[in-house]
Structures are given as structure tokens and as C-alpha cells.
Design a binder for this molecule. Sequence first.
Ligand code: FSX
Ligand code: SF4
Ligand code: F3S
Length: 397
Amino acid sequence: MAHQKSAQYDRVVRKQYRELMDRCKVNLDRMDSELPPPVEDFQDVLKDRGVSRRSFIKWTSIMTGALMLPPMFKPMVARAAEQFSRVPVVWLHMAECTGCSEALLRTSYPNIDDILLDTISLEYHETLMAAAGDQAEQCLEKALHDFPGKFVCVVEGAIPLAMGGKYLTLGPKGKTGLQLAREVTSKAAMTICIGSCSAFGNVQAAKPNPTGAVGVGQALGIETVNIAGCPPNPNNFVGTILHCLMFGGLPALDGLGRPVWAYGKRIHDYCERRPHYDAGEFVEEWGDDGAKKGWCLYKVGCKGPYTFANCGRIRFNDAISWPIMAGHGCIGCTEPNFWDTMAPLEKPIQDATIGGGEATVDHIAMGLTVATVAGIAAHAGATAWVHRDDKDTANKE
Ligand code: FSX
Ligand code: SF4
Ligand code: F3S
């Protein structure tokens, strides 16, 4: 009986993937004809940077897996990567430390994600652009004029609301962050919040929050795609744009606006120290024998069991390491209010039970994976995100 059910499930999933594949091809063809022409050919850029064909193919495998797609989608990921630099992007800075831009755009040596981010068509980026003052404002006006309803608005940082938003003013006309964000996001095809400040308020909204900072979605009353993390993993931003190019719509999002493919499971589910947790082997205090043996960091405050993100799976800095591998517990940086509720505690959260809940939580996580497939299928039918008319459909699904 169980065997029959599983065979039936396999058939349904295979059929969904085949249909997705067809839609993906159609969508990529359409993107090819609709996006602005590339400044440079992507394959030439890879060659100039010394990236071999083999490395590129390896990257497509990793990215396909990260997006929770089967290997048959590798050529589609490669095609979407070639279109990546043609997506017009307007990048706004609100209240933040610019760590998100640093994490995304500065690396010691480039991998494919970095090259994609280097070649991204940044029409406006306050930190990186050479222009200042009136000139910078003109760049923004030009981008809004040239790509109405077709650019991606990326927002970094929270929006202060106290005193009518005057804790943050920008540009020669002294617009508040609130005014600027409202003006630009209302003309964008979609708004991506990069980092937990932009997504949830984060550091700027930590108690006592004198500036009244909140996340972009809350400040503007709009739906946003939240690439959470302080800073977020560049891979999750790149993968989300690739997904939009491939399927013509947003990936399935969780209740906090985070793409399920990247934030659908807990840090605890991907952690290499998990066998020690299951065996009851814990670091009791910093520097003890357990710490030297790489045991579980739960008792010294790891918040991995309460934090949803894929850090342990994709790691940082060309997959070299991630916080728990480096020896410190997760501080919950992809979750709302983590500076107030999780980061300062170097012990487990009181009253939070995880032991008896494993089966339930893992069951939910598995359900989310299936929801990803269903979500992609729904979005794939939602037509192109580059069209202003489609914004509502894409954002609501
Ligand atoms: Fe926030 Fe990003 Fe943390 Fe900093 O810009 S998510 S404080 S890493 O830089 O906004
Ligand atoms: Fe890993 Fe932290 Fe979970 Fe321990 S509690 S297994 S260190 S995520
Ligand atoms: Fe943040 Fe925890 Fe990952 S602190 S970077 S979510 S391991």
C-alpha cells in the first residue's frame, strides 16, 4: 500500500517537473526577446575571468540543487545565468550598515555568483555609483523612465518612521527614506529586501528603537521578497533572480516572505554537528573538551533549532565555512527580532522545546519542499515579472 502511494507520488512529481520544464523553456525564450540587450556576452565575461566551462557546469549543478530542482533543470539554470546581467536593478540604501552590499559585492576571489553580481545591471546604487548629488538623482530618474515596471528594486536597510521619517533623509532634495522607497518601489516589477534590516527592521528596530524603524514591507504596506540574513547569503539573492527568470514569477514564499527553497528548513536540519545533538554530546562551556571535539553548541546558545535558513548547506565565501563550522552557534540572523530575542542569549531559549517536536517540525519541512514544487508550478503560469501588469499576480502568489 505504502509502495503504491509512493509510486503514485513519484508519477505526480515527475509530471509536474515535465510541465515546469516546458514552461521554463517558453519563459526563457520570452525573456531573451524582452530584456534589454547585454552589455557584454556572459560567456566572454567568464572566459576573461578565467572561469572554465567545467567550473560553470559544476556551478549550475550546485545552483540547481540549491533551488531544489532536479538535474534536468541544469541547462535552464545556465540559460538564466546568461540573462542575469540584463535585468535592470535599482538598489536603494535605507538605515543599515552596508554589510549586505559588502557581503554581496566584495570577495577575495570571484566565483560564478560573484561574477553574476559584478555584471548585474545596476542602474542606481548609492554606495557604488560614481555620481553624487544632482547627478545621482538624474541616474535614478533615468532608470525609472527607461524601465517603468520592468526593473527590480532591491532595498537594503530598514525604514525609520518616527518624526515623519526624518531620521533618514537622502539626496539633494532631502527626501526621507520613506518617500524615496515608496516612489521607487511603486514603479518596480518587484521589490527584493536584501538583509534582515530591510526585511524585518533588525538592528535598527532593536529595542528601544528610537527612530521607529521597521522593515520595508511593513513601512510601505507592500509584499516583498525577503532575502533574510545579517548579512544574507549572496547565493540566495542570485538564486531568487534566476528563479524569476526561469519561471516568470516569484518562488514560493514562506509566511515571512522568504523564498522557501532557501529558508524552508532549519539550520538544525543541515548542521554537521547534528549527530552530536542527537547523541546528547554538548559543548558545556567555551573551550571545553566538547568544543575541541566539535560537539553540538546548543547549550552555549546555538539558535539553529529555531532558525530557518540554508547556511549549512551552501555556506559562505565560496562555500568555505559558515558560523557553526567556525565554532560559534547560530544567532538566528534570518529571523525577525533576533537581536532582541535570540542573539544575546548564550544559552537555550527558556520554555522553547525542541526535543519532542522533531518529528513534527521535520514533517512540516518536508511539506514545504513539496509546496516549493507546487509553488513554482503556480508561478510558472503567472507570466513575466518584467511586466508591470503582472506585478500584482507575481507578488500575491
Ligand atoms: Fe542590516 Fe545590511 Fe545586517 Fe548590516 O545593509 S542585515 S545590519 S549586515 O548591512 O542591513
Ligand atoms: Fe547544530 Fe546548533 Fe542544532 Fe547543535 S543546536 S545541531 S550546533 S544547529
Ligand atoms: Fe545567520 Fe545562523 Fe546562518 S546566525 S548566517 S542564520 S548560521
